[in-house]
Design a protein around this ligand. Structure first.
Ligand code: NAP
Length: 284
């Protein structure tokens, strides 16, 4: 029997607790405000933006969205982010990825103050994870830890991540270490991932290739967390060949409906946390 690790019930629980926290902030006349910065038009980005606006409305978070000219220079983008960051009524800022080719996403992100960086991408927020002092963590990595938390796995559980990006693999490796997992990180130059993966209890895949993970990567005891989002014809597929693995592995996240719904919700949780932090600061 394979356990299906659905993200929606986890996201719903987080949303319920966020509503309570937002009500408390509003009793003090504080409305959490998330500001999304997009550069150039991009249909996929705008779909995610609309989803964040809807989710924010459900929780009571105001979400603003600004689209900047696709030819904006780095200096002008930096100035625009600084202008948004100075606004006391903006608690969280997120730069929508990808940016046009002439702009470096991580360089742009450095212009967001760490306490408004609700995407968890600034060097300060990434570094704090390494120091076991998690504050605003990257939402995708945090979604994986939320899913695994529900499984109550013992300390020392082995986890293998196929991804070394600063968006997913690197912060996730540290966050799992902080939770007493024994972690292996793999990438395109790793030799014999399949045997490493078969010897690991948890497999987190974020490769970006549909059907990359089949039975040769897993055993009956594997827990597969599929972070991949791959458009295939009119639908979205993960990295795992779900039909091949379902009924064979111990547990698996579906795509869509696994990591995705939690990620969108944790951006909102970071916005609420950032707002609470800023209101504490403003009280002195
Ligand atoms: P990325 O920077 O391109 O990372 C892909 C990783 O996969 C890299 O570490 C790469 O290794 C590795 N890789 C590629 N081909 C491989 C191979 N044949 N064998 C082993 N490793 C291989 O992409 P990303 O931004 O981290 O995103 C990865 C996936 O996660 C995408 O499908 C993306 O859509 C999805 N994603 C999902 C969410 C969510 O909320 N569910 C959020 C963000 C991203 P190298 O480092 O050696 O190149």
């Amino acid at each position: 029997m394979t356990e299906i690790l659905n993200g929606t019930p986890i996201a719903d629980r987080v949303i319920a607790s966020l509503k309570t926290r937002v009500e408390e902030l509003k009793r003090h006349d504080i409305e959490p405000h998330l500001f999304l910065v997009q550069v150039g038009r991009n249909e996929a980005v705008e779909t995610y933006v609309r989803a964040k606006i809807r989710r924010g409305a459900k929780i009571g978070i105001r979400v603003s969205h600004q689209i900047l000219d696709e030819n904006i220079t780095y200096d002008d983008l930096k100035e625009e982010i600084a202008r948004i960051a100075r606004r006391d009524d903006v608690n969280g800022i997120m730069i929508e990825n990808p940016l046009p080719k002439h702009l470096d996403f991580f360089k742009a992100v450095e212009n967001i103050p760490y306490y408004k960086d609700v995407d968890g991408m600034t060097p300060t927020n990434q570094g704090m994870i390494n120091l076991r002092n998690e504050f605003l963590t990257p939402a995708t990595a945090a979604s994986v830890t939320e899913i695994l938390q529900g499984m109550n796995l013992p300390a020392g559980t082995t986890a293998l991540i196929i991804n070394r990006s600063p968006v997913v693999g690197r912060p996730l490796a540290m966050m799992l270490l902080n939770r007493d997992y024994t972690v292996t990180v793999c990438h395109s130059k790793t030799k014999d991932i399949k045997s490493l993966s078969r010897n690991s209890e948890v497999l987190v895949t974020a490769v970006g290739v549909p059907n990359f993970i089949d039975r040769s990567f897993v055993t009956e005891n594997s827990i597969v967390v599929d972070v991949g989002i791959n458009p295939v014809q009119d639908t979205i597929r993960g990295d795992a060949n779900y039909e091949d693995l379902f009924g064979y592995v111990r547990a698996i996240t579906p795509v869509p409906g696994g990591v995705g719904p939690i990620t969108a919700t944790l951006i909102m949780e970071n916005t609420v946390r950032a707002t609470e932090f800023q209101s504490t600061l403003s009280k002195g």
